[in-house]
Ligand binder design. Structure first.
Ligand SMILES: C[S@@+](CC[C@H](N)C(=O)[O-])C[C@H]1O[C@@H](n2cnc3c(N)ncnc32)[C@H](O)[C@@H]1O
Length: 304
């Protein structure tokens, strides 16, 4: 096996174009995997970044298995081609397959390596990709009855990645909260929630004894006016630059321990502001399983 000079970016669905805008267009596409020869770039649109990347030439399935075992412990395949051979190899190494998880869910401590056959004598492998979920997809058990919007899954995913679950003594701010999917998640964890929106939330959420509500522009809610908070969230639809200024107020104030915000895109991504968010120390910008044309920023997060 040889160390590959570049990196691979896994980007299913419609996100490949944004990945190519980020990392350049000289790479090669294998289904949803984009392989470049240049140093890796921390692409926010890729679901999983394979770096360091290994290029393994093998004589037969047994040789492929031996090389993967030498590189790492747990593996998740991207079955793009030669699916039978891929399955034969997977059966003989510890293989993690994506499965639905119940929130709250603790991230695995061990990395999940990723690999893909290029042909019947060559594969690409990464023992520790940049994603806590191997290929990057988190599937959470859905609840179609209680939450007033499907946005609750986005917050659950962010809490999993933040490795934080609020509890009965937590105090959380939910900005841009209507109709109340995010507040529902926080209340279900037992937390006290202060929701802010221009419109009232779903009556089932509004009447919860641990919820307080302010009808206001969320960006007028500043840390200087507040007691310390465990978690500040925002799902406000707004320009990324406006959100960034508000986020920086909170981060610099020391009044909150954690933040989760979605960065909405209107048309082309606002790359300049995305890079500003990425530059906030100990934080992470990602495109999660439940994000549409938006990104999520979480802080603090030493791991993506
Ligand atoms: C995507 S929705 C939020 C969905 C919510 N997180 C949920 O889980 O149900 C965005 C919300 O932001 C609110 N909003 C937009 N601009 C706002 C502002 N400046 N201040 C407060 N709320 C705002 C809108 O009224 C809308 O309810």
């Amino acid at each position: 096996m040889e160390k590959h000079p570049g990196a691979a970016y896994y980007a299913p669905h419609n996100w490949m174009k944004h990945v190519q805008d980020e990392v350049g267009r000289t790479g090669r596409k294998y289904g949803a995997l984009y392989v470049t020869e240049s140093d890796f770039i921390h692409s926010v649109w890729a679901q999983s970044i394979w770096t360091p990347l290994y290029d393994c030439r093998f004589s037969n399935a047994q040789d492929a298995i031996r090389q993967l075992q030498a590189l790492g412990k747990n593996w998740m395949p991207y079955e793009w081609t030669l699916k039978e051979l891929s399955k034969e190899i997977s059966r003989k190494i510890p293989t993690v397959l994506p499965k639905t998880q119940k929130f709250p869910y603790n991230l695995p401590d061990e990395p999940i390596g990723t690999w893909m056959l290029l042909d019947d004598h060559r594969l690409l492998a990464c023992p520790q990709p940049i994603s806590p979920f191997g290929l990057g997809n988190l599937m959470l058990q859905e609840n179609n009855k209680d939450p007033p919007s499907s946005a609750y899954l986005k917050l659950q995913e962010a809490l999993v990645r933040l490795r934080y679950t609020p509890n009965a003594s937590s105090f959380c701010i939910d900005a841009g909260a209507c109709p109340g999917g995010w507040s529902w998640v926080l209340l279900a964890c037992g937390a006290h929630v202060h929701a802010i929106d221009r419109s009232p939330l779903d009556p089932r959420i509004m009447s919860h004894p641990k919820l307080s509500f302010t009808k206001a522009n969320a960006f007028t809610i500043l840390p200087a006016h507040h007691e310390p908070v465990d978690l500040v969230c925002s799902d406000v639809i707004c320009y990324p630059a406006v959100l960034y200024r508000w986020v920086m107020d909170w981060v610099q104030s020391g009044k909150t321990k954690r933040m989760i915000v979605t960065i909405k895109m209107q048309g082309n991504p606002d790359w300049q502001t995305i890079r500003q968010f990425q530059a906030i120390p100990d934080s992470c910008v990602y495109h999660g399983s439940y994000n549409k044309h938006e990104l999520t920023w979480i802080w603090p997060s030493s791991k993506p």
